[in-house]
Structures are given as structure tokens and as C-alpha cells.
Design a protein around this ligand. Structure first.
Ligand code: FES
Length: 98
């Protein structure tokens, strides 16, 4: 399934990028970098983060040596965002402002 239409990235590619034995992506930006592209519109960032969390488990930040050994700000922000952001209801879409 395509998760990034700007870069034609698939869910499988995202999962592979964060489970590589060397140079695994630990942030959404690193996923783009690992896959040889960069974010464009950014619409897919939340989906990529969700796939990373599913792939790496609840302890995604625990895989990062910095987060595991300190009070990492990124881990705190990721935790806060995951509880604060509600997904859109099924079938809901964005409407352009007039
Ligand atoms: S959909 Fe991924 S950068 Fe636009």
C-alpha cells in the first residue's frame, strides 16, 4: 500500500527502513532519508510514524540509545502527541477554506 504519494513510498518500504540491521530509521525524517527522498507535502508523516510505532512496538524510542539513556525530549514529545492527536473518523476528509 502506498503511504506517501509524493515519493511513492510503500508501507513495506517504511517497515524495512526502520528494521534494517544497520542505519535503521528512528524518525520520520530518517525514513525519507533511508529511502532516498525527502518529505514534500508532509501529509504522510503521521502515517509513517504510526507504521514505525507498529513495527518497533510500544518501545520505539527505547531502540534509540539516546532515548534509552536520558530523558529524551523527542520521546516525551512522541508520547504526548500519540495521546493528544485523535485520528480522523473513517471517511472524513479535509475541506479547503474559502
Ligand atoms: S505524501 Fe508524503 S510527502 Fe507528500
Amino acid at each position: 500500500m502506498i503511504v506517501c504519494s509524493c515519493n511513492c513510498l510503500t508501507e513495506a518500504q517504511v517497515r524495512e527502513s526502520c528494521t534494517r540491521t544497520e542505519g535503521a530509521a528512528r524518525s520520520t525524517f530518517e525514513v525519507y532519508k533511508c529511502l532516498g527522498c525527502s518529505p514534500k507535502c508532509g501529509t504522510c508523516a503521521r502515517t509513517i510514524r504510526k507504521i514505525m510505532n507498529e513495527t518497533l512496538g510500544a518501545g520505539a524510542c527505547n531502540a534509540c540509545p539516546i532515548a534509552a539513556n536520558s530523558a529524551c525530549g523527542a520521546a516525551k514529545i512522541a508520547g504526548a502527541l500519540s495521546t493528544a492527536i485523535e485520528p480522523l473518523p473513517a471517511g472524513a476528509g479535509l475541506v479547503a477554506a474559502e
